[in-house]
Design a binder for this molecule. Structure first.
Ligand SMILES: Nc1ncnc2c1ncn2[C@@H]1O[C@H](COP(=O)(O)OP(=O)(O)O)[C@@H](O)[C@H]1O
Ligand SMILES: [Mg+2]
Length: 274
């Protein structure tokens, strides 16, 4: 038996040299989950983000709106390490310098992201998709098609309950509706137990009923997570939003309640139209 197998056999107690260094987790002692300061992203001469500063409080649900090309997705790319800021700093809590971490390290530190398009594995069942999304812990991996560890079972149960797909657990994901696939993907994020969740246009292409259900889901997630949600659907934003940030041409145009930003002259001019 190899040392790694022994390690698994003994629940990681033997051969600690193979165990991952213990993650301390993000430090939110100042009440702030995310600090972006003077962030610019240049694509050649084009500035997708232009000297943007944004602070997200722990436990907040922040909505980000703005015209196409405003830089909303680029902002999420910076937070998740997919794109590096050309200038400025990005911190998760006090202690994680996002600009110096790989996308994998950022995910492990507690940031989960849902992209615009669902990326579930269509041939796998709902349950298999969720288990495949579990943290890449060797014990969980080994137990994937055997007996579930207590922790993986708990994460699975909690995740299924939140996305309300219990009755479809053995159904191939390819047979789910578009909305159900989006929820499954949110469930896959939850398997990682993220502290900060980023959702990019979660209700695009959803029916009205699915959109309503997604709003409920966001409000439930808010009880235990910090969320940043990018959306164009104003009635959805109205249902879930506290503070709204309007982005245009890579910079913040306005911040406030939805009613406040909707009454802002510049926002009307550059985004909402007259
Ligand atoms: N990898 C890239 N290379 C060049 N330009 C890009 C890249 N990614 C985004 N952009 C440009 O940056 C701008 C902002 O894009 P994006 O962040 O996707 O906007 P939004 O999500 O608000 O619609 C757009 O003009 C887009 O074409
Ligand atoms: Mg986008």
């Amino acid at each position: 038996m190899s040392n790694i197998e022994k390690d698994i056999e003994h629940g990681g107690q033997v051969g600690e040299q193979y165990a991952r260094p213990k993650q301390t987790g993000p430090d939110f002692t100042h009440g702030v989950a995310l600090y972006l300061e003077n962030v610019s992203v240049w694509f050649d001469a084009f500035r997708a983000l232009n000297d943007l500063s944004l602070y997200i409080q722990e436990g907040e649900l922040r909505c980000i709106i703005g015209p196409n090309g405003a830089g909303k997705t680029t902002l999420m790319d910076v937070i998740t390490g997919k794109t590096r800021p050309t200038e400025g700093t990005a911190f998760f809590g006090q202690n994680y310098n996002l600009a110096k971490m790989s996308t994998e390290q950022i995910a492990e530190s507690g940031i989960g992201r849902k992209f615009q398009k669902p990326t579930v594995f269509e041939n796998f069942t709902v349950m298999e998709n969720l288990l495949l999304a579990a943290p890449k812990d060797k014990r969980v991996k080994k137990s994937l098609f055997r007996k579930l560890s207590a922790d993986a079972q708990l994460a699975l149960d909690e995740s299924l309950q939140q996305i309300r797909l219990q009755e479809f657990i053995h159904k191939p994901a390819g047979l789910l509706s578009h909305g159900q696939k989006q929820w499954l993907e949110i469930g896959m994020l939850l398997m990682q137990r993220p502290k900060l969740i980023l959702l990019d246009e979660p209700v695009a292409g959803m029916t009205d009923a699915e959109t309503e259900r997604t709003a409920e889901l966001c409000l439930e997630l808010k009880k235990n997570h910090t969320l940043v949600v990018v959306e164009h659907d104003m009635s959805f934003i109205d249902t879930i939003s506290e503070k709204v940030t309007v982005l245009a041409q890579g910079a913040i145009l306005a911040e406030g309640t939805l009613a406040e930003v909707q009454a802002n002259e510049e926002v009307i001019e550059k985004y909402l139209g007259r």
